[in-house]
Design a protein around this ligand. Sequence first.
Ligand code: GRF
Length: 224
Amino acid sequence: MADSKRMVVLVSGHGSNLQALVDASADPAYGARVVLVVSDRPDAYGLERARRAGIRTAVVRLADHPDRPSFDRALRDVVGAARPDVVCLAGFMRVLGPDFVRAFPNRIVNTHPSLLPAFRGAHAVREALAYGVRLTGCTVHLVDEEVDHGPVLFQATVPVEYDDDEASLHERIKREEHRLLPAAARLVAAGRVHLDGRRARFDADPGRALPAAGIPSEQGRQTT
Ligand code: GRF
């Protein structure tokens, strides 16, 4: 695995997206592996998933720092020491400040459970349901200094069913996130994402078959 790319994953909770990254990297052809999982919460189940997979973990708690900027810098230093090719926010529920974001320019990937720019913020699924949208989904995007705002890498749509509640809808959205996040993280880690303003273009990868049906095309088209 000498030339496999290094992924650092930040989690706050359940960690199913972390699991998707770990599972994807079990295939040597994936070309990247999770080298460190960091949480702001010592009780995050994602940390347990990491331990089970034999991945190093770290906890950086906001409460252990006098202010947000020093929390950001501590997080930056812990993540930076792992020399990541990509940093994945996989259900990390803290807004990252400029000290962190500037340390990894266009190397931080977030997954958000709505079709951005609709329903930014921490309650995207609840708000989409309450609004009555018929279609929602997820967005995997690069992180910039605004919340849920950076250039879009992949999106997938998820229909809202009449009898959905927040949990059932979020569960179906997560299934899409589990496919899109590993695909996006791998491209970023390999330096195969190029930006023209906000628009992302991906280098072709003829050597690798596309994963299961519904995975977004690596030519940059989206599928649902
Ligand atoms: C995901 O839906 C992600 O988009 C949102 O939080 C959820 C995390 O789920 N930010 P998990 O912890 O990966 O299971």
